[in-house]
Structures are given as C-alpha cells and as structure tokens.
Write a protein that binds this ligand. Structure first.
Ligand code: NI
Length: 257
C-alpha cells in the first residue's frame, strides 16, 4: 500500500469532487494519507477530514507564511488539537524566505518556528518541516533546539545533498514528491539516489506539484506511483520496493500501527 505522507485535501481545489476522489483511493493502492495543516483554519479542517476516514490522519500547526495569526491563545488551541486521536504530527512548520523578505517578518517566522518545535517536543509528536530559501537558518534552529531528539521529515526536500546528509545523520526523513520527476531537478535526483531507502517518505503536497506526466495539473495521491517509479529508477530497484519501504517509514515516523 502507498503511504501519502503530505497532502492538503481540505484545499478548495478539491471542493467539487473530494469525497468521490478519496473514496477511490483504496482501489488505487493508496492505503494511508496524512492531511497536513498550515494554519489555524486548516488545522481544524484536517482533523475533521481525518475523523471521517479511518485511513486518514492529520497534523496540527501553522506554516511560516501564516505565523501572523499565532499568539498565546492560538498556541493553546494547537496544543489541545495535538491531543486529538487522529493527530500524528506538528506541521507544517519552518521558514519560508521566498515570499517574506522583511527582516521583522523573518524574525517572526523564526520565533514561532521555535515555539512550535517546543510544542512537538512537549506533545511527543514528530515534526513536518517546511523550508524554502532558508536552508541554513532552518538547520541552525533545528540544531539549536536539538530537533534530532524529536524527529520528523524535511518535507518537499529542496536543499543540497550536503544538507540531506546532515538531516539523515540527525535521524530525519526526507520527503520526496513530484519535483523529482522534473527533467531539470538534478539536485533532488542526486538527493533521492543518495538517501537510504529507509529514510525516504513519498509525498505529493497536493493540490500542488504534480509529477510528470501530469505536471501543471491539479495533483493528488493517485500520482504517487510516478514518484515511486522515478525513485526506483534512480536507485536501481523496483517500484514495489520503494512503495513498501516508504510505507513502513511513514508508519514508523508517524507512529501508526
Ligand atoms: Ni504542504
């Protein structure tokens, strides 16, 4: 069974056919999905979705670009959401310097990243890390906060091989999605080829980042076989082997039996 480790099915792009799409997953070999939150609102929505489907789980957390909404009251709400029976991680949390360039906004991102790392530690949940154009600051904070004691995944990995090696050494998982199938994704292909199979998670980040041959269209977990096939080719193993191992990895990381 395929384990989809990172999806956003609460997104309005799925409003028209969400239930029909999700209902067909089992027949297409998609055994598990973690719906990842990125704000207070999507934290609620992800938990509600996960409650509806026995094979769906949720994370709780606020994306760096949405940290403006964080305050003590909302941190309390996140903490109680972490106690929900279907919550399996804190995320997606981290740093995104692509959109936010002002020093004070970046400072705010770093502050709430650290606070949400503390939350993951307190609630004994793994972290789903988002890092865009902020490789060094992300790693600095994770090292400073001893993230290796908490664990988690560097989702939609987009850093160099050098960073992948450091994260794997720290015990983190590397999330690989549709980008690995793009012709020009030389560095990510290198990362996928190097990363030990037992450290890779399959993800879509849907509705975004659909793999070739569906690049540019709305993405869904149904496209994961293309990602698995590309990783298999890079490693010279079978696609089934990739699917089996990444499913084990995700269950281990998220603590799902
Ligand atoms: Ni995401």
């Amino acid at each position: 069974m395929i384990f989809e480790s990172h999806a956003h099915y609460e997104d309005q792009q799925f409003d028209e056919d969400r239930d029909a799409l999700l209902a067909g997953f089992k027949d297409h070999g998609i055994g598990y999905v973690v719906n990842v939150a990125s704000s207070m609102e999507t934290t609620e929505k992800s938990l509600a979705l996960a409650k509806k489907y026995p094979w769906m789980y949720a994370s709780v957390g606020v994306h760096p670009s949405d940290t403006e909404e964080l305050n003590e009251e909302n941190m309390q709400k996140l903490k109680s959401a972490c106690g929900h029976e279907k919550c399996v991680a804190v995320g997606e949390i981290g740093l995104d310097y692509y959109w936010d360039k002002e020093p004070e906004v970046r400072q705010r991102q770093r502050y709430w990243f650290e606070r949400q790392i503390d939350l993951a530690r307190e609630m004994k949940l793994p972290m789903i890390i988002h890092s865009r154009d902020a490789a060094k600051d992300t790693l600095d904070i994770i090292q400073k906060k001893h993230g290796e004691e908490i664990g988690g995944v560097i989702h939609c990995f987009s850093n160099s091989l050098e960073f992948a090696k450091i994260y794997v050494d720290m015990g983190f998982y590397i999330g690989i999605g549709g980008v690995v199938t793009f012709k020009n994704s030389k560095v990510l292909k290198e990362v996928a080829a190097w990363t030990p199979l037992e450290r890779i998670l399959l993800e879509t980040d849907c509705p975004y980042l659909a793999p070739v041959p569906n690049r540019g269209k709305r993405n869904s977990s149904l496209n994961l076989p293309y990602v698995a096939e590309t990783i298999a080719q890079l490693k010279g193993i079978s696609s089934d082997e990739v699917i089996r191992a990444t499913c084990e990895n995700a269950k281990r990381m998220y603590g799902i039996k």
